[in-house]
Design a protein around this ligand. Structure first.
Ligand code: C5P
Length: 234
């Protein structure tokens, strides 16, 4: 992976050919392609392996694992053969669960998801978290670091506090990024521009629709959008 690439493209499509075409159109500008549960449930291990062959870019396997340590260890042992650069687990699965993932994937950056941005303060209280979402996210990031996670996923608004708490060694990856020229119109609310997110301490940005919606204008338009955004954070 080229060191200066910072954008992880969210490959959010249920169509295999579209996913392939997006990867081909944007490679060179993208650090890693994020494939998530929907893709995995649809195309499985073999589907991920096929997409993996299309480019030299890294794979961000967003499975958000959360189970007892033994079960997580078993799942990690299987997907490690896909050689993802990043594999996500929920930090709230606890120290032993995160460590089980880390121990079974020494070459993978086990990436801990802190607090889902879909959860409000009331939602968090209802599932037993005390404190604000920010306090919980910082606590979970510290727990994940202690268990051996090498990357943390958090909302843009939590980057600065988490960076201060965990130091410079751990990667911070944030979705909810919107370029300043992006017109509203989608469901992201608490957003930050790519430049500000990097300045706050993010290592990588997960970006989907601000790039993929350019596919409607063709592969060249999508390629140019990805190049322009990559350049804006270098
Ligand atoms: O299209 P967009 O740039 O909003 O895509 C962002 C990606 O990051 C999507 O795959 C979305 O599921 C993911 N994500 C997010 N917010 C979170 C966690 C993940 O937007 N809190």
């Amino acid at each position: 992976m080229s060191n200066d690439l910072k954008i992880i493209l969210a490959v959010d499509t249920p169509d295999f050919e579209t996913a392939s075409a997006w990867i081909k159109a944007t490679q060179g500008s993208i650090a890693a392609y994020k494939l998530g549960l929907e893709f995995f449930a649809t195309f499985g291990y073999e589907g991920v392996a096929r997409l993996r062959e299309l480019s030299d870019a890294e794979l961000f396997l967003d499975l958000k694992l959360h189970d007892i340590p033994n079960t997580v260890a078993g799942a990690v042992k299987q997907v490690v053969n896909l050689a993802p650069k990043f594999l996500t687990v929920h930090a709230s699965g606890g120290h032993e669960m995160i460590k089980a993932a880390v121990d079974n994937a020494p070459d993978v950056d086990i990436t801990a998801v802190t607090i889902l941005t879909s959860l409000s303060q009331d939602d968090l209280g209802a599932i037993g978290f005390s404190g604000t979402p920010l306090e919980s996210a910082v606590k979970l990031a510290l727990l994940a670091k202690a268990a051996g996670a090498r990357a943390i996923v958090c909302s843009p608004l939590e980057i600065a506090a988490i960076r201060e708490a965990i130091g410079s060694e751990i990667s911070i990856i944030t979705p909810g990024v919107r370029p300043a020229d992006e017109r509203g119109g989608d469901d992201q609310r608490r957003v930050m521009t790519p430049e500000l997110a990097i300045a706050a301490g993010a290592s990588y940005l997960v970006i989907g629709r601000p790039i993929t919606r350019f596919w409607a204008d063709g592969a060249q338009a999508m390629a140019e959008r990805a190049q322009a955004l990559a350049a804006s954070v270098n």
